[in-house]
Design a protein. Structure first.
Ligand code: ZN
Ligand code: ZN
Length: 484
């Protein structure tokens, strides 16, 4: 027997729009009905596909602080003005940029082979001609950390922790990125010449996954690289053979001409001003920068497309009570060298205490464009009238209430969330996200327009409900325990 979701069936069995509205003091019956109309219209949206097509085609890859990111920001500001957004502005901040140059990896010896590799973001270059050394393999970051100091002198540290297992919620990515972040510094501490790892990805294509690694004392201490999945498997099989037969360990040559440079990045900010309480702001976040290998379609031009289209769909109907602010954040992919939060940090620092207190709700779209399946609301809001109204409006497009409250948001809105702004998450199906993420294969054709429109419908309906109401998520938070 198929069991339907208890909350959803209760809603469907018991509720007509009016009954929900009576229970939901913050959402009038009219607001709920309008959310349903906007949701259905947004399923036929074409703004999202237009924006994501244009920004990925006109500018291609948009590395943080690059001329392409700056030009994409200027163009996006004009685009937002042209479709009716107000107070469109560009907020600049300084940044240490990184440019890949050329990189390569080759197995040396009697049967030389070239391997497909990508330097990790902000990695330092190798000396001209590259570095060469015997490969020492680890299967966890902890094993590398446990190696004696100096034990990797003249060698190349290699961490193969296995492929990322695809999961709907993307869990599994976080633990593997610890290897990417901390690996080069650990390898340097043991005396290694360079650091190489299996890409953090779930695909088996010869597409390395880049991503940022961590600075120590103002720079990444070693050249760091990611091998594509098949190339990591190849190297690991060779390690197995040499261990089994007692032969010499494989030797690698790695080259990189990467460089860092002083530059600037920027946030693009655009408002749909509120009709009656314009000082109260709902921030819809995404990021405009991308890694350099692909054109950053799923990461994260799609997020900009979804949030712009949702706000535009609401604009078509007429402004809600509160202001809806779309922010295309700059330089999300890197946070170096000062960990100032880049775009998200720059935005937070631009707000007065009063403005911050008037940021009533925020969410971020940074997980591709596949369908939304669950809504996470701020702590304390799970059983609220708002949650019931949202569940009713989102159920017909396949979105259920999440059992867990949302607490983090993501890297872009993280700084304002940590400063107290209530956060939601429309959870997207991430099953195929890490096949493409940070690779040359992150291109426009990977976006399914029908699934992206479902995202726009979910954002439009949810944001309308919050924006055309006086719901106060801060007031729903459970009181902190006394005496800290
Ligand atoms: Zn992203
Ligand atoms: Zn990313």
């Amino acid at each position: 027997m198929r069991r339907s979701h208890p909350l959803a069936s209760a809603l469907l069995a018991g509720a007509c729009a009016l009954a929900v509205a009576t229970a939901a003091s913050a959402q009038s019956a009219e607001t709920v009905r309008t959310a349903e109309v906007l949701r259905d219209a947004a399923l036929r949206d074409n703004v999202a596909l237009d924006y994501v097509t244009q920004v990925t085609t006109r500018f291609g890859a948009r590395p943080a602080g690059s001329p392409a990111e700056q030009a994409a920001a200027a163009w996006s500001a004009e685009y937002l003005k042209s479709i009716g957004f107000q107070n469109v502005r560009i907020q600049e901040f300084p940044l240490v940029g990184w440019e890949r140059g050329e990189d390569s990896a080759a197995l040396l010896g009697h049967n030389p082979q070239s391997l497909v590799v990508a330097a990790l973001g902000h990695s330092i270059p190798t000396p001209a001609g590259g570095v060469e050394g015997e490969v020492v393999r680890f299967t966890t970051l902890e094993a590398l950390q446990a190696a004696p100091d100096g034990s990797l002198r003249g060698k190349i540290a290699y961490v193969d922790a296995g492929q990322l297992i695809p999961m709907q919620d993307g869990s599994g990515y976080g633990p593997l990125t610890r290897i990417r972040g901390a690996g080069p510094a650990e390898a340097a501490r043991k005396g290694a010449l360079a650091f190489v790892m299996r890409s953090v990805g779930s695909d088996m294509h010869r597409m390395p996954h880049t991503g940022t690694t961590r600075y120590v004392d103002g720079k990444v201490p070693l050249p760091g690289f990611a091998l594509s999945g098949p190339d990591a498997s190849q190297l690991s099989r060779l390690m197995d053979i040499s261990e089994r037969e007692g032969g010499p360990a494989p030797r690698l040559r790695l080259t990189s001409t990467a460089r860092i440079y002083e530059t600037r990045s920027q946030n693009v900010i655009a408002d749909l001003p509120g009709r009656t309480r314009p000082q109260e702001v709902i921030v819809l976040g995404s990021h405009l920068d991308s890694w350099d290998l692909g054109t950053g379609a799923i990461d994260d031009a799609a997020g900009g497309a979804i949030t712009i289209a949702a706000a535009k769909a609401i604009m078509q109907h007429g402004a809600p009570a509160r202001t809806i602010r779309v922010i295309l954040f700059g330089a999300e992919e890197v946070d170096q060298p000062n960990n100032t939060g880049n775009g998200g940090g720059a935005y937070l620092r631009s707000l007065s205490a009063e403005e911050l207190a008037n940021h009533v709700f925020t969410g971020e779209s940074d997980f591709g464009a596949d369908r939304v399946y669950a809504l996470g609301l701020p702590v304390g809001a799970q059983r609220s009238d708002f949650a019931r109204a949202a569940a009713r409006v989102l159920y017909p497009i396949g979105v259920l209430p999440s059992a867990d409250p949302e607490t983090s948001g993501g890297a872009d809105i993280g700084p304002i969330v940590q400063a107290g702004v209530p956060v939601f998450r429309l959870n997207q199906d991430g099953t195929r996200y890490f096949d493409l993420h940070h690779t040359a294969d992150d291109t426009l054709d990977k976006i399914d327009p029908a699934q992206m429109s479902q995202n726009v419908a979910a954002w439009t309906a949810l944001i309308w409900l919050a924006a055309d109401s006086d719901v106060d998520f801060r007031a729903m938070r459970p009181a902190a325990p006394a005496g800290r």
